[in-house]
Structures are given as structure tokens and as C-alpha cells.
Design a protein around this ligand. Structure first.
Ligand code: NOJ
Ligand code: CA
Length: 691
């Protein structure tokens, strides 16, 4: 029989010695009682809810009977005190769901959403003056992961508002594990190189957090449907348990203020045998609400070109002057280049007033409602339209976000009038330095990129844009939690170190960076990585740590429905063979599969294009050369395909021979296997055309 608190109290009275108490408590089995259990549809994963000492609440996660997440706390740090003890289960219900839904665009057309749900209602015993509070915890258990969230109904004390200072949610990963992580709350937001360490060395990190347990299981802890709430980070605390660390807000100590009823985002744990299972999982999308926009066929997944790489190379400027990139003549040149090669979009940054001088510091000077004199928006839009090309808009806020919000309707109207149906937004400033001004003459407050206030801001931008049939590609964004399912005009984001670091080169991205992104950042959703730098050089000729073939592979490996053909037209002219793949590669997919991969070392992904029946393969490696064998069993059986193979040459190496490159054409079938050779810093890209 377990030793209860009152038995302990009696013991203490009898012995009067603290020492004995200490010894007794060390030997104590945890006083826990299972309250409810729910299995995934295929009985792979199970969640057990436990009542623990002092009426606390915990959950644990098992995979095929083995503990993956040991008992971990649930609870909230509210404005009126910790919501953690004296909790009593007052109701529970279960349900199952199985539906296959269709993405209007995406890395797969059909997605199965199959889970079992447990809803558990808790009432807190009142403490002193404070009446007890109520909440529910909802678990959705899939074969490849779980999501759980808190729901707050009307409260017994009649309060209409809940102030959340923090969450007490924990994730006690069982056993030891290796973690791939980005630090949280550091100035450069999500734009750090991933570090991998034992989990026991993790401090405070962003999500998605990727883990490989010493048994070889792969886990990812993240969140889904981050709406009107603060983003969750993870801080390692007592006993090594990871704790939800909510992004603060400038609201008198509360990270989140919400009116009841409301629910939190889903806290998610993906579990797979190998790294590829994480990348193939649709858990995050499945936990988001269905499409609220209806028909979004006006959004066309597409490739785009533009004035961008030269700005980062510093050969052209955002600012007006002799090297201004966004001139009418230069933009026409890009429109011609796009039209000649079948690319739909032309991005022009530096088209509007505000870039002259120190734009980082002067976000309040940006005007989004008119172009600078040297950029004839009217004429360019007409010129582009005549060639079937669309300008891609650009709104850099430099974090003067309230200033941007005031102009937002007019700014989007201007774009809508000119056929601009994708806008790239930007929030360049240090983390925690977003500028919020609630009233024109009011104080300027500081917010975080991932706080509740920014979650509301992005929501507003996406909804205003959707009303005008404009898609949004946010840079320096709030993290991706799968909201593209609900608002399919939120098509892509940055939110990691992209190609621009290879232009600046301080230092450039290392060879294993993309094979890390696939199993970390990409678990959130599409990334506007801006691949295709066939010149393989940054500013001042600094080498990019990639071979030519790898730049092609990135179009398949790093998913985004809008992909930049990021290098300069004159550079593509020097690499016609490689350029052919970039022209041919699809951007919208019927299905996607991960053939192999290890976090940070390599990843091979195949995707079937929607409509054409063509397949594409992309494989990226790390800093060591690697040989991989892949089965072509994904191809339609009994059919012949022409494989157009773009591979590293025998002596290719990112440092000594980055341009050594071969194109081969072979006839293949689903019963064949292919040997892939990846150079150090290399990759391979293949187009399979049904014959
Ligand atoms: C940062 C973005 O990531 C980059 O793509 C853009 O060119 C600059 N901000 C300027 O807006
Ligand atoms: Ca950036």
C-alpha cells in the first residue's frame, strides 16, 4: 500500500525526526493513480493520465508499451495563482475520428487524419478565498504522435478573462537522448545553426525540438495551431524535465490574455522509428482546423525570380541611388527572364520609400502605399501581365509593426490592383524588439516575434491578404505550426538560416545544414529557403559550402509551394544544364516520401508532381562524401521512366571541385535500384519522366 501524505504526517508526529522523514520520502514510490488511458488507432502510442500527490496531474506516453515520455506535469501559471494542485477529474469522454482530407496545394494531396480522442474535465478545490477553477485537457492520439491542449470554459467565479503567466506543461523524455536545437530568446531569432548535444545539455530552446533517444527512436516536440497565444519554448528544469516556456508579452506579466471560453494551441510530440518518420508525419497539419478560405485556386504554386541575391551580395542596393536594384529597367530585365523561362513571379525589394539610410533603425519611415519614383509600378505590372508574369510584393517592416498595420489595407489594395498575388513580409530586428504602439500618440512597447501580440498581427495580415486574394510569405516570422491548413494563403515562411547567410558568409551555412533543417525546422511547414545559387559564391567570392548538384536537390528536399530561382540571370546562363533542372522541377506535389536520412548527415526525398505523373528525387549530404542506394519502388510498376540524373562528378567536393557535375539520362523501372554518390557538401537531383 502506498505511503500517503497523512501517514507521513502521523509518522512525523510520532518520530519527531526530520531525518526519518527525509529517508522515508526518498524511498517513496511516487503516489500516482492512473485516471484514464487512450490508445492510438493502431495501438502504437498510448497516453495515460495520472493523478499524483496533492491532486496534481500528469500524463505519460508509451510506444508499444515502452515509456517514451515519463509522467510529466500538466498545469498553468495563472494571474490568480498556480493551477496545479487539488485537481479532481470530474468527467471524461472519448471519441474517434478518421477522415482523408485534401490540401489545395502541398507536399501531398491527400492526408489521413486518424486519431482517438480523450477529453478529461478537471475541477480544482477552492483554496482560501479563491474559488476552484475549471479546465479540460484534450488528447488526440495518432499512431505517429500526439497532441494535447487545455481548454478553458466559463469559470465558476464568473471571470471572463484568463491571464496566463506561464504553463506548467512538462515533457520528461524517458532515458537519454541527443537533441538538435536552436537557443530561444537570443537576438538572432531562429537564424542560428542547429547545435546537437545530449538532451541533458539543453538549456532553453525553440520548437520544433528534434530528439533521438539512445534506443534510436526519433521524437519532435512542437506545437500546432498557434493562434492568439504565445509561442512555446522549452526550458530544461528540475530532474531534466523540459518545461513549456511561453514567450513573454508586454502585458503586466501575462504572456497570454484571453477571454473564456478559449483553448491553447496543441502541444505535440511526434514519435517515429527513424528521422524520415518525423518528416513524413502530417500530425501538425492534422491538428489544425480545416480550410476557412474555401476555394484558393487563385494561389498558384510557382517559382519566382528577382532582385534579391544581388542585394545580399551588395552589388545592388535596396536604397535608391546608382546601384538601386528596384528600378523600372532592372525589373523589366527580370520580367523578361521569368517569361523566357516559364517562371511566374518577379520579386522586387526596395520598391517603396523607407530604404534610404539606416532602414533597420527606421521602420517608421516605410511607406507601403506608393513606389519610389524610379519604380513605375503601374507600367511594370502591365508589362508583366502582358507576359503572363506577376510581380511578387515586398513589405519589410523593420519591426515597426503598428506602423505597418495602419497602412496594411491600403498597401494590400495597391498590390491587388496591380495583380500582385503573393507578398513577402519581413520583420528584421533583434528578438524582443518588435515595436507596438496601440494609439498614434501612445508609448511604443516592445514585443517578441513569437508573442501573443505578433500571433494576432500575423493573423490579421493573413486574413486581410486573403480578402484580396493575396498569399503571404513571412520572413523573420512567428514559427510555423501548420496554420496553412486553415488559411491556405499563408504559403511559406523563412524562420531559419536560409541562403542569405551564404551571401554574407559570416560564416556560411555548413554542408550538413539542410540535412538538419529537413528533420527540424521543416517539421513546422514550408520554408522559403531561396535555393539555386549555381554560382556557388557569396560576397567577395566567398565559397558556398555546396556543390552545383546540391543546389538542384534543394528544390525537392526543402519544401515550399513558392520556390525562388534565386541566382542572377547571368549566372544561370553559365550553367545551362543545371538550369534545365530548375526549369523542370515541380513545386506542387501529389505525394512525398522520405527514402532515407539521418539528422544533419543526409536526406533523400522523392515527390510526385501533381498532374504530370513525373517524380523528382532530391538527396543532400553533409560534410562527408556518401554512397546511398535507393529503391525506385515508388514509381508506377510496369512503367518505363526516363531518369534525368544531375549528380556530383567523381571528384566533386564543395571546396576543391564544386562545379564538377554530370548529367546522365537512363531508362528505369520501379524494380530498379539506383546508387547515389554524394560528394562532400554534395547532392543529387533526378527527374523521372513517364515514357
Ligand atoms: C530579411 C529577409 O529574410 C530577406 O530575404 C530580405 O531580403 C531582407 N530581410 C530585407 O527585407
Ligand atoms: Ca532573414
Amino acid at each position: 500500500m502506498p505511503l500517503h501524505t497523512d501517514t507521513l504526517a502521523r509518522l512525523r508526529r510520532r518520530t519527531g525526526t526530520l531525518l526519518l522523514l527525509a529517508l522515508a520520502s526518498l524511498a517513496l514510490p511516487a503516489v500516482a493513480r492512473d485516471l484514464a488511458r487512450i490508445d492510438s488507432p493502431g495501438k502504437v502510442l498510448s497516453v495515460v493520465l495520472e493523478a499524483r500527490h496533492e491532486g496534481r496531474l500528469a500524463y505519460r506516453l508509451e510506444r508499444n508499451g515502452e515509456t517514451v515520455i515519463a509522467p510529466s506535469p500538466l498545469g498553468m501559471l495563472l494571474g490568480d495563482g498556480r493551477l496545479e494542485r487539488n485537481l479532481e477529474l470530474v468527467g471524461q469522454s472519448r471519441s474517434s475520428f478518421d477522415e482523408t482530407w485534401e490540401q489545395p496545394w502541398g507536399e501531398r494531396r491527400l492526408t489521413r487524419n486518424h486519431y482517438n480522442e480523450l477529453r478529461a474535465a478537471f475541477a480544482e478545490k477552492g483554496v482560501g478565498e479563491r474559488p476552484g477553477r475549471r479546465f479540460e485537457v484534450v488528447f488526440r492520439v495518432y499512431d505517429d504522435g500526439i497532441g494535447f491542449r487545455y481548454e478553458f470554459p466559463q469559470q465558476p467565479n464568473g471571470a471572463s478573462e484568463v491571464r496566463i503567466r506561464g504553463e506548467l506543461t512538462g515533457f520528461a523524455v524517458a532515458g537519454t537522448a541527443t537533441a538538435w536545437w536552436l537557443p530561444a530568446f537570443e537576438w538572432n531569432r531562429a537564424e542560428y545553426l542547429y547545435t546537437h548535444t545530449p538532451l541533458s545539455e539543453v538549456a532553453t530552446v525553440q520548437t520544433p525540438l528534434t530528439l533521438r533517444t539512445d534506443r534510436g527512436l526519433h521524437l519532435s516536440i512542437h506545437e500546432a495551431a498557434l493562434v492568439d497565444y504565445a509561442g512555446m519554448n522549452l526550458a530544461r528544469g528540475d530532474g531534466g524535465v523540459l518545461r513549456a516556456a511561453l514567450t513573454p508579452g508586454d502585458d503586466h506579466g501575462a504572456a497570454v490574455v484571453r477571454s473564456v471560453p478559449f483553448h491553447t494551441p496543441w502541444r505535440t510530440i511526434q514519435v517515429g522509428e527513424d528521422a524520415g518518420d518525423l518528416a513524413e508525419s502530417s500530425l501538425i497539419l492534422n491538428l489544425n482546423e480545416p480550410n476557412r478560405l474555401g476555394d484558393v485556386s487563385w494561389f498558384k504554386p510557382a517559382k519566382y525570380v528577382g532582385v534579391w541575391w544581388s542585394l545580399h551580395l551588395d552589388t545592388e542596393t535596396w536604397a535608391t541611388g546608382p546601384r538601386h536594384g528596384a528600378t523600372t529597367a532592372n525589373t523589366k530585365r527580370y520580367i523578361d527572364f521569368a517569361a523566357a523561362n516559364g517562371f511566374r513571379g518577379v520579386l522586387v525589394e526596395g520598391w517603396n520609400p523607407g530604404w534610404d539610410g539606416d532602414w533597420f533603425a527606421n521602420g517608421w519611415d516605410f511607406d507601403f502605399t506608393r513606389p519610389v519614383p524610379g519604380f513605375d509600378l503601374e507600367a511594370l505590372a502591365a508589362y508583366a501581365a502582358g507576359k503572363g508574369v506577376h510581380l511578387v510584393g515586398h513589405h519589410e517592416t523593420a519591426c515597426a509593426v503598428s506602423h505597418y498595420e495602419r497602412q496594411l489595407p491600403a498597401a494590400l489594395d495597391l498590390y491587388a490592383r496591380h495583380g500582385v498575388d503573393v507578398v513577402k513580409t519581413g520583420y528584421v530586428c533583434d528578438a524582443g524588439d518588435i515595436q507596438r504602439q496601440d494609439h498614434e500618440d501612445g508609448p511604443v512597447l516592445r514585443e517578441w516575434h513569437e508573442g501573443q501580440w505578433m500571433s494576432r498581427h500575423h493573423q490579421r495580415v493573413v486574413e486581410e491578404a486573403a480578402r484580396r486574394r493575396i498569399a503571404v510569405n513571412s520572413h523573420e516570422p512567428i514559427k510555423d505550426t501548420g496554420l496553412r491548413r486553415t488559411w491556405p494563403n499563408w504559403v511559406s515562411r523563412e524562420g531559419a538560416r536560409g541562403m542569405e547567410y551564404n551571401a554574407w558568409g559570416q560564416p556560411p551555412n555548413p554542408p550538413g545544414h539542410e540535412a538538419t533543417l529537413v528533420f527540424t525546422r521543416m517539421l513546422g511547414g514550408p520554408m522559403d529557403f531561396t535555393p539555386g545559387i549555381v554560382s556557388l559564391k557569396g560576397r567577395g567570392g566567398q565559397p558556398i559550402q555546396s556543390t552545383l548538384a546540391k543546389q538542384l536537390a534543394l528544390y525537392v528536399v526543402i519544401y515550399s509551394p513558392i520556390q525562388m530561382v534565386a541566382d542572377l540571370p547571368e549566372h544561370y546562363a553559365q550553367h545551362p544544364q543545371a538550369f534545365q533542372f530548375i526549369k523542370d522541377v515541380a513545386v506542387d506535389w501529389e505525394q512525398s516520401r522520405v527514402l532515407n536520412g539521418e539528422v544533419g548527415q543526409y536526406a533523400t526525398i522523392v515527390r510526385q508532381a501533381r498532374g504530370s505523373g513525373e517524380w523528382f528525387l532530391g538527396s543532400v549530404g553533409g560534410d562527408q562524401a556518401r554512397a546511398l542506394q535507393v529503391s525506385l519502388s515508388f514509381l508506377d510498376p510496369g512503367r518505363d521512366y526516363r531518369a534525368e540524373i544531375y549528380r556530383d562528378g567523381a571528384h566533386a567536393h564543395w571546396q576543391s571541385a564544386p562545379f564538377e557535375f554530370e548529367r546522365q539520362v537512363r531508362q528505369v523501372r520501379s524494380t530498379d535500384t539506383l546508387d547515389l554518390h554524394l560528394a562532400a557538401g554534395g547532392g543529387q537531383a533526378i527527374r523521372f519522366v513517364p515514357m
